[in-house]
Ligand binder design. Structure first.
Ligand SMILES: [Zn+2]
Length: 117
């Protein structure tokens, strides 16, 4: 991978990181507001639990991706970016375009999805 490509992915990752941070912060804020809001009847209370669970789910997923984005940025710094962590081959450019924080090449990702690695 050349310097220009790396720089392009770095920009994409930084933009994604910014987006995720905002989502996580927004979810955290709504969690906080949800805790202090009094819900008088059971229907509302049940609903607010559902909303809280959803925002929790969201932040877990977003935080997970955020961690991967940070990892990918580290790997760019260490010149390891774009190499599959399982087999050491290059991760396909098309895959990195779709998922810039991908750790595995397509083949290894399929194996991992099937629980084989
Ligand atoms: Zn691989």
């Amino acid at each position: 991978m050349n310097k220009r490509q790396r720089e392009r992915y770095r920009k994409q990752l930084l933009a994604k990181r910014e987006e995720l941070l905002q989502l996580v912060q927004a979810a955290r804020k709504s969690e906080k507001e949800g805790t202090f809001k009094q819900t008088p009847d059971l229907g509302d209370r049940a609903l607010s639990t559902v909303i809280r669970d959803l925002s929790y789910q969201l932040t877990v997923t977003e935080r997970d991706i955020l961690r991967r984005v940070d990892d990918a940025l580290d790997r760019i710094e260490n010149n390891e970016y774009g190499m599959c962590v399982a087999c050491g081959k290059k991760v396909q450019t098309g895959r990195l375009d779709a998922v810039p924080w991908a750790l595995h090449c397509i083949e290894c990702q399929e194996l991992q999805d099937r629980g084989e690695i």
